[in-house]
Design a protein around this ligand. Structure first.
Ligand SMILES: NC(=O)c1ccc[n+]([C@@H]2O[C@H](COP(=O)([O-])OP(=O)(O)OC[C@H]3O[C@@H](n4cnc5c(N)ncnc54)[C@H](OP(=O)(O)O)[C@@H]3O)[C@@H](O)[C@H]2O)c1
Length: 355
């Protein structure tokens, strides 16, 4: 077995970084080389993630970004994961890639924030209300779920947002197979871990537990991202997406309900069979006529898709773990592609069932 490729994680003490560390600790081809933190440099990593104490070396400590060149000096391949907030990621990734280039290292980056999802930096600026932090690098990233990207692996990848991941996995094949036309309506519920580690008024436990609320209906930032990622299946034209997200009273997972218009009436088993055929060879996606449940996927990189139809109406339901398939797991899946590893390396995870 060749030497594992060193992996560097930015945004080290956040929730997505914690999931990355959980996955990297068990990855056969990657090893944790550095965990970069702006707030915790010098502190023990396992102290921030006590549930990972059994798999993280006790001597592993968060490092300041300034220390990165030390990890790149030997050249060779490097896997860079960015789990930092949007708007702060681009300059950090730009600096890390520049340091890798200066050291002669072959760095591949996977961005889990929104910074490199749009090849056009102006579009990012319009949606996020701030200038792009590294416009010269935006075009070097491919944004898609790995299941929908065909052909040669790109140099760098941007994992779509967690809601977007759940929605495009459900909707894309109906367009790509010519089974549906027109726009798409989405109602989706996410758990509180989607908001990250820092508590806010909308994520504080007493506000969230036993509660359910829609937020940013028809105005969420993932709406244009969904349209952009569905466009290749719609002849390059972005379909109209109407998206209503909800904050659910649970910690992990997203359940997305996607309604589309079929070109012709179709029984649910035939639609499920068509989608299952579309995802042959995609190790993490399973399609059925049964309704998928969050507990089937929590803790795993799986996406479960269920379908129902009546006449020309199709309702496609998908469930993912927002922190795994929607972030860290999707990111590792991308990195496996970028480095030419088996796509499921380090990702054959059993779920936990009850939590
Ligand atoms: N949570 C999800 O389900 C989910 C799903 C998909 C995508 N994402 C995206 O993944 C990224 C991380 O999300 P998260 O949920 O892990 O958030 P989080 O728990 O808030 O973690 C983000 C981490 O980034 C670092 N950070 C914060 N402010 C920073 C700044 N100004 N400059 C540099 N670093 C800063 C902090 O770690 P240090 O102080 O240790 O550096 C912080 O803990 C975000 O871009 C988010 O949109 C999240």
């Amino acid at each position: 077995m060749p030497e594992p490729v060193p992996a560097i994680v930015l945004g080290g003490s956040g929730y997505v970084a914690g999931e990355l560390l959980r996955l990297l600790a068990g990855h056969p081809r990657l090893r944790i080389a550095a965990v970069v933190s702006t707030s915790q440099a010098g502190a023990q990593v396992a102290a921030s993630f006590p549930h990972l104490a059994a798999v993280l070396p006790p001597e592993l400590r968060f490092e300041a970004a300034e220390r990165l060149p030390a990890h790149l000096s030997g050249g060779g391949r490097v896997a860079l994961f960015a789990a930092t907030p949007h708007g702060t990621t681009a300059p950090l990734v730009d600096a890390a890639l520049a340091a890798a280039e200066a050291a002669g290292a072959e760095a591949h980056a996977v961005d889990l924030s929104a910074d490199f999802r749009f090849a056009d930096p102006e579009r990012f600026a319009r949606i996020y209300g701030q200038a792009h932090g590294a416009p010269g690098r935006a075009g070097a990233f491919v944004c898609a779920v790995p299941e929908h990207h065909r052909g040669r692996a790109p140099e760098h990848a941007a994992q779509p947002g967690c809601f977007t991941t759940a929605v495009v996995l459900a909707a894309y094949p109906l367009y790509a197979l010519g089974l549906a036309a027109g726009g798409v309506f989405v109602s989706a519920v996410t758990g509180s871990s989607g908001s990250g580690r820092t508590p806010g008024p909308g994520t504080h436990h007493p506000e969230r537990s036993g509660n359910l609320v829609a937020y940013s209906p028809l105005a969420h930032r993932h709406e244009p991202e969904m349209a952009m990622l569905l466009a290749p299946a719609c002849g390059g034209v972005e379909p109209e997406v109407e998206f209503v997200p909800h904050s659910g009273p649970f910690v992990r997972g997203i359940l997305a309900t996607v309604r589309m218009q079929l070109v012709e009436p179709m029984p649910a088993p035939a639609l499920a069979a068509a989608l299952a055929e579309f995802y042959v060879g995609a190790p993490f996606v399973r399609v059925t006529t049964a309704q998928p449940r969050l507990n089937e996927v929590v803790g795993t990189n799986a996406c479960r898709i269920g379908v129902a139809t009546r006449g020309r109406t199709a309702v496609v339901t998908s469930v993912i773990d927002n922190l795994v398939k929607g972030a860290a797991g999707g990111g590792v899946q991308w990195m496996n592609r970028l480095l030419g590893f088996e796509e499921s390396a380090g990702l054959n995870l059993a779920g936990i069932g009850w939590h």
